[in-house]
Ligand binder design. Sequence first.
Ligand code: G3P
Length: 219
Amino acid sequence: MKFFLDTADPREIAKLAETGLVDGVTTNPSLAAKTGLDYVEALQEICKTVKGPVSAEVLATDTDGMIKEGKRFAKIAKNIAIKVPMTWDGMKACRVLSGENLMVNVTLCFSAVQALVAAKAGATFISPFIGRLDDAGQDGLTLIREIRAIYDNFDYQTQILAASIRSVPHVRDSAIAGADVATIPSDIFQKMISHPLTDKGLAAFIADAKKAGVRIRDE
Ligand code: G3P
């Protein structure tokens, strides 16, 4: 599974990218607003750090406007994925942009049929928002399973990008359900490897070694 970071903060991204485990980034206007930075400048910065896909979301709601903004984003770096909303205008823009070999991430997906339409429109990524579905009393993970089944039935290459992730178990369950990518907020990314028994076990190993004078000599 690929791990993307769901943030538009270049400093946060640079720090977590040091793990060598960040395969890409997703941003959106709300995340960009939180940084207080100019959106295009922040994207330029992020693309210098992360070589995998970096999603940049259009603000226009009409097809021509989305295409124009998408092409502007695409000039920032080769690894930009243009994020368009799950609307008919978005689908038309998706067809045009993917037809020009640009990566497109279709966002705000809340149903399996929406995901089917996005795949037919040539989307590189489909972003089902699992947390927001859970918030609305539905089951986000069921949606991932449905999309996986449909894409496998027809061999669509569109990658399922589990978005709106709210917890570490969301990452686990998205992986089990067959998502290709999870886009993970920074705080959840950091929590992914925490386990009290790991900390306890490590402390015991170090203490035992110290007590017995175990050393690893230089060659
Ligand atoms: O990638 C989409 C994500 O940013 C939405 O998350 O937590 O606002 O539902 P959230």
